[in-house]
Design a protein around this ligand. Structure first.
Ligand SMILES: NC(=O)c1ccc[n+]([C@@H]2O[C@H](COP(=O)([O-])OP(=O)(O)OC[C@H]3O[C@@H](n4cnc5c(N)ncnc54)[C@H](OP(=O)(O)O)[C@@H]3O)[C@@H](O)[C@H]2O)c1
Length: 237
């Protein structure tokens, strides 16, 4: 592969990378010269497993379901002693989600979305954060839909709420860790054509992930919390 853009990230850990934006992040960082540990939930065929098989020198595959506390602890144990410049938690779900939460959504779908997008993501950050270099970056895939201030159109009420709650919890994490030197990034990738985004989404993955990686790279080494879109512009909380 021809490497045209370099990254300050030498070692990255990407959680939730079997397909979609997570898998594209792995390709981007490997393409920029980083070594990447990327996680899938299981061994079912996936774009990540295909890519890793073709790039064994730069990509290692690990397994974790972020809603399983024991699996997260086991992953931490397997990776202990490693140091990552970047932890990027990408995993998330968007289930059957109509406009009116109290009317349309099944209780179990509500629970799974909150448990994955909020508790699972934050528990992943809390469990794995000590593997990140003191001046490294912890990034979480949020969404522009997590913005309370920008919610003028409604829709996707539960998904939005999960990302707002994630933003709030990551902000609390940032308060607790305010004296540390890490960059803490909530990233909004835009509406992207993945399994989650659907075929009608505005952006191709190649219009989202390269600028998003440029932004994460530019923020690396700058301590503190930011909520940013893929171009590095601040998103309203
Ligand atoms: N696409 C968009 O327009 C868009 C916009 C804003 C934000 N986002 C966010 O970006 C992230 C990635 O979205 P995407 O579009 O790439 O979605 P996707 O194509 O549906 O991929 C979701 C990824 O999350 C993984 N995942 C789900 N639940 C998990 C769990 N419990 N443990 C570990 N991994 C889990 C999936 O693994 P499996 O293959 O095992 O299911 C898959 O790798 C999500 O957080 C999403 O909310 C997406």
């Amino acid at each position: 592969m021809t490497t045209t853009v370099q990254t300050p990230i030498q070692n990255a850990l990407v959680i939730g990378a079997s397909r979609g934006l997570g898998e594209a992040l792995v390709e981007a960082y490997a393409g920029r010269g980083a070594h990447v540990v990327a996680t899938v939930r299981d061994d079912h065929p996936s774009p990540l497993l295909d890519f890793a098989a073709r790039h064994r020198a730069s990509v290692e595959v690990e397994r974790v379901d972020i809603t399983d506390r024991a699996q997260l602890a086991a992953l931490h144990h397997r990776l202990s002693g490693r140091v990552f410049d970047l932890l990027f938690v990408v995993a998330g779900v968007s289930l059957a989600d109509r406009d009116a939460v109290g009317v349309d959504i099944a209780d179990e779908d509500f629970d799974r979305m909150m448990r994955t997008n909020v508790l699972g993501v934050m528990r992943t950050v809390e469990t794995l954060q000590d593997l990140v270099a003191p001046t490294g970056t912890i990034a979480v895939m949020s969404s522009g839909q997590g913005s309370v201030a920008d919610n003028t159109r409604g829709g996707f009420e539960v998904y939005r709420a999960t990302k707002s709650a994630l933003n709030q919890m990551f902000r609390s994490y940032a308060v607790r860790h305010r004296d540390e030197g890490r960059a803490l990034l909530l990233m909004a990738p835009g509406w992207v054509r993945t399994d989650m985004g659907g075929p009608g989404a505005a952006l191709d993955i190649n219009e989202s992930i390269p600028p998003l990686v440029d932004t994460v790279d530019a923020q690396h080494g700058v301590p503190g919390l930011r909520y940013l879109d893929r171009h590095g512009r601040a998103v309203n909380w």
